[in-house]
Design a protein around this ligand. Structure first.
Ligand code: FBP
Length: 285
């Protein structure tokens, strides 16, 4: 099974580099995310970007993966099935994102990998750590790589009530660098490390504001690979591209982003520039 995991890992991360298109926002945030570029509501439009932009994977929930199974296969863009999810409508400050589909469902849909969001720091984090670790064990027994969306958050962090030492370090970093608490290197690195400890192949984490701080995240997760999550669309293409450069400099494997690609006026243009940053030097080597 190790060989199969390696084979599929190479599919979504050729040569150790990943450029993944995230498209689970319709569930996580709702159709409001499509207002910026209304065409983005349509999976066929998104698949076309993924294919022509040479993305190494597309993240979907099971509904779309099932309805567009043949189109996804024809596109040859590897499917990454997101196994858990929650809507933004219920604004519980301690989030819990329950598992909705199984590794077996992912295999039936032809997925090359599975993904799961872990909100460490939420009062429900034990439940998510447990679900995630079971998914990892099952996925490995079936030869499927796992990506952890490692997003520490919850009331104790946001209300500044956490008594943890990590939180105290994070507060200092927040004040010094003007970052949100869940973007501080201490918190992001802890989330990434939990991903490693629970067995993830790849962890997807927030940007921490600089290549130096992101390097600590990459080092904390090693040998698990790290990809940067996108967040809301930056004002300019350059701003986003410079983040991509930063994380690559820090040793990240690449990115797994959505809105910063498909909300733009010309998603393909930015995709090509991202591709050049992630794979350009590799091809020359
Ligand atoms: P974006 O690049 O659009 O931010 O997508 C990355 C992602 O992790 C999605 O996979 C997920 O739907 C969303 O962010 C979750 O966003 P939030 O941080 O608001 O929970």
């Amino acid at each position: 099974m190790q060989a199969k995991v390696g084979e599929l890992r190479e599919k979504i991360m050729p040569g150790g580099r990943a450029m993944i298109l995230a498209y689970d926002q319709g569930f996580e945030h709702g159709p409001r995310d499509f207002l910026e570029n209304p065409e983005s509501r349509n999976l066929e439009y998104i698949l076309d970007i993924a294919k022509r932009g040479e993305f190494t994977g597309i993240v979907l929930h099971a509904g779309l993966a099932e309805k567009y199974q043949s189109e996804i296969q024809d596109s040859k863009v590897p499917l990454i099935l997101k196994l858990n999810g929650k809507s933004e409508l219920y604004t519980e400050e301690d989030p819990y994102s329950p598992q909705l589909y199984s590794v077996e469902d992912a295999l039936t849909l032809g997925a090359a990998a599975v993904g799961y969001t872990v909100y460490s720091g939420s009062k429900y984090d034990d439940q998510m750590h447990q679900e995630f670790s079971k998914i990892v064990r099952e996925a490995y027994s079936k030869g499927v790589p796992v990506i952890g969306w490692m997003y520490p958050r919850g009331k104790s962090l946001f209300d500044r009530k956490s008594a943890s030492k990590t939180f105290k370090i994070a507060l200092e970093q927040q004040e010094k660098n003007n970052l949100a608490i869940d973007e501080t290197p201490a918190i992001v690195a802890y989330g990434a490390r939990i991903g490693l400890e629970l067995g993830a192949d790849i962890v997807k984490v927030k940007y921490t504001g600089s290549p130096e701080s992101f390097q600590w995240v990459v080092q904390s997760a090693f040998p698990t690979k790290v990809v940067m999550s996108g967040g809301t669309m930056t004002k300019t293409d350059e701003e986003f591209l410079s983040r991509v450069e930063d994380v690559l400099t820090a040793g990240a494997a690449g990115i797994a982003v959505g809105r910063n690609v498909w909300q733009r006026k010309d998603p393909l243009a930015i995709s090509k520039r991202i591709h050049q940053l992630i794979f350009g030097s590799q091809k020359k080597a």
